[in-house]
Design a protein around this ligand. Structure first.
Ligand SMILES: Cc1cc2nc3c(=O)[nH]c(=O)nc-3n(C[C@H](O)[C@H](O)[C@H](O)COP(=O)(O)O)c2cc1C
Length: 211
């Protein structure tokens, strides 16, 4: 119950992403620290989803949080596309599976976005050397803003790789209509979660203070 309340409070805190973002620094506030920490520590990659679609209004709020992430020189060196049509998700999947049948061998396979009912496609500006960093920060904001609203996500390198490598998927890649100089980097599958995975262990030894 405490977790649900804190996630809901996080939702309210993060609703600052939507229409009128405040330009005031967030004051040190123990409640916010707890809520945001809980949000980050409870988030998991979701690979089983309910069929219920996520509304475009909700998605817009989440993406506004995304594009408010820090980014190099405020170049906003990415382009974002969203596909929530079951028909288009199915068609993309069929195209990839035609060229790479092994992809469909994963148990319970439904689509190339770890079975998510929706997918966000993130392309980076190949002419800017920090564009991939911008894309990563954009994605983490999207993922946390989604989690605060009860929406699960999975960051997906494989889906982008499949689409880029499958000749049959080329028309769907073209349909994403990224501008000249932009290339698909990764996808984020999203939807209402139908699983509660455990956290995977992290290597705290990776963190070192240097005197
Ligand atoms: C760049 C990147 C690419 C990823 N690609 C995939 C993928 O192709 N398929 C997948 O199931 N998960 C993918 N993931 C999710 C990771 O497997 C997951 O974040 C990691 O195992 C830690 O688990 P957690 O997110 O639940 O904490 C990717 C994550 C990142 C950051």
């Amino acid at each position: 119950m405490k977790k649900i309340v804190s996630i809901m409070t996080a939702a309210l805190a993060l609703s600052a992403c939507s229409p009128q973002p405040s330009n005031q620094p967030v004051e040190q506030n123990i409640d916010k620290v707890e809520v945001i920490t809980d949000l980050m520590m409870s988030r998991r990659s979701i690979r089983a989803y309910k069929e219920e679609p996520v509304s475009r209004e909700m998605l817009k709020d989440i993406l506004k949080c995304g594009i408010n992430a820090p980014n190099g020189r405020n170049l906003q060196s990415y382009e974002i596309r969203i596909v929530d049509s079951p028909e288009l998700i199915k068609a993309m999947t069929e195209a990839v599976v035609k060229d790479m049948p092994e992809v469909a061998k994963r148990p319970g396979f439904k689509n190339i976005f770890v079975n998510a009912p929706g997918a966000i496609f993130i392309a980076y500006d190949t002419r800017y050397d920090f564009a991939q960093v911008d894309c990563g920060l954009l994605g983490e904001n999207i993922i946390l803003a989604a989690w605060a609203r009860g929406i699960g996500t999975c960051c997906l390198g494989s889906s982008a790789r499949f689409l880029l490598q499958s000749p049959s998927a080329k028309p769907y890649l073209d349909r994403l209509n990224f501008s000249e100089g932009f290339e698909l980097l990764y996808c984020i599958g999203y939807g209402y979660p139908d699983e509660t995975p455990e956290a995977k262990p992290r290597k705290e030894s990776m963190i070192q203070f240097i005197d």
